[in-house]
Design a protein around this ligand. Structure first.
Ligand code: R5P
Length: 342
């Protein structure tokens, strides 16, 4: 019997290329340690956009029998592609692998698309379920993602397995290096009740107190934030706000303002998926200048490019590529994944 799942190969859609290259680099390091051989490069693919906007990904190498990992970053601030373009590119890449007889197909999507549309609140679709169905139809047998917005999405797949990795270990490790903090002076908080579990996890690991912001949205008005209340004490303390994502930054900045009104001193932020959409960067720039936000730590699951990082004094990027590489390696070797997630 084989002791692995066959030839490990990695391909990327255009928006997943830079993350895939970092994952590949880490895979090389792991393989070298284990005295194993993994091909250095991503397998060659070509992403084509037709004049009418249709997209397809072609495989330029044989993948027959491979244990293949298809990397895509759905929201890519460095590309003109929309989220929907990138979903389509991912689906065509996975289907191409299935049509070309790959044995195992894993979609590596740190940002699970439409994860905030996972239940109905009015007459609307459960779009996260549609995404799960489309991935399965494209031949995907496993999905690896990061801090999925709603864990219930695991159950939206009929056959495929979902591996939900957590950015907290790498963020905490880097936070400890960046900030010399006294656990008695730091409070961890989530900017809404949905992030309470994450905040509890960070506070346990860092040995700090916990506070929660209770945010209510008005869904009759495009989800505008209606009210925010604080449960817990932050007076005279520094605060670390943790969340799965920042989009427009509305949730974060409202929470930060509330925390400051309640007496919080320095405010740090840790985010798994730093989308920074709309006026988010401009608003955080202002919040940093006025001393409201000290620092935002985000992961390269949303890659903003080296230029952004060098000109944004409040932003620190940490890489989730080593974690993804270890998980991919262990899946290929039929080893435990959960021991990497402790
Ligand atoms: C909400 O439940 C999420 O965890 C985020 O807090 C939210 O989606 C962020 O969106 P925005 O930055 O636009 O407020």
């Amino acid at each position: 019997m084989n002791d692995d799942r066959g030839n490990l190969s990695v391909i990327a859609c255009d928006s997943g290329k830079s993350l895939a290259e970092r994952i590949m680099h880490e895979l090389q390091r792991i393989a070298k340690k284990e005295k194993e051989y993994i091909k250095h490069e991503l397998k060659e693919t070509k992403e084509i956009t037709f004049p009418d906007g249709e997209i397809k990904v072609e495989l330029k190498e044989n993948v027959r029998g491979d244990d293949i990992y298809v990397v895509q970053c759905i929201y890519d601030p460095c590309s003109k592609n929309t989220v929907n373009d990138n979903i389509m590119a991912l689906l065509t890449a996975c289907h191409a692998c299935s049509q070309s007889d790959a044995d195992h197909i894993t979609a590596v999507v740190p940002q699970f698309p439409y994860s905030r549309q996972e239940r109905r609140k009015t007459r609307e679709a459960i779009s996260a379920k549609l995404i799960a169905d489309m991935l399965e139809s494209a031949g995907v047998q496993r999905v690896i993602t990061l801090d999925i917005h709603a864990e219930a999405i695991q159950g939206f797949f009929n056959r495929a397995k979902l591996e939900d990795l957590h950015a907290s270990t790498v963020i905490i490790e880097n936070f400890r290096k960046m900030i010399k903090f006294d656990p008695a002076k730091l409070v961890v908080t989530g900017p809404d009740v949905g992030s309470a579990e994450k905040a509890r996890h960070y506070s346990k690991k860092l040995g700090t107190d916990l506070a929660i912001v209770d945010k209510a949205r008005d869904y009759s008005d495009t989800g505008k934030i209606e009210s925010m209340r604080l449960v817990g004490k932050v007076k005279g303390k520094d605060v670390l706000i943790v969340d799965d994502m920042i989009a427009t930054g509305g949730t974060l900045l409202n929470a930060a303002k509330l925390l400051r009104r309640k007496g919080a001193e320095k405010i740090y932020v840790a985010i798994s998926l730093p989308f920074f959409t709309g006026n988010c960067v401009k608003n955080i720039n202002n919040a940093h200048k006025t001393g409201l936000i000290e620092m935002v730590i985000g992961t390269d699951a949303v890659f903003h490019g080296d230029k952004f990082i060098s000109k944004t004094p409040w932003y620190r990027e940490v890489s989730i590529a080593p974690l993804f590489a270890h998980v991919i390696y262990n899946i290929n070797k039929k080893r435990s994944v959960s021991e990497l997630l402790k």
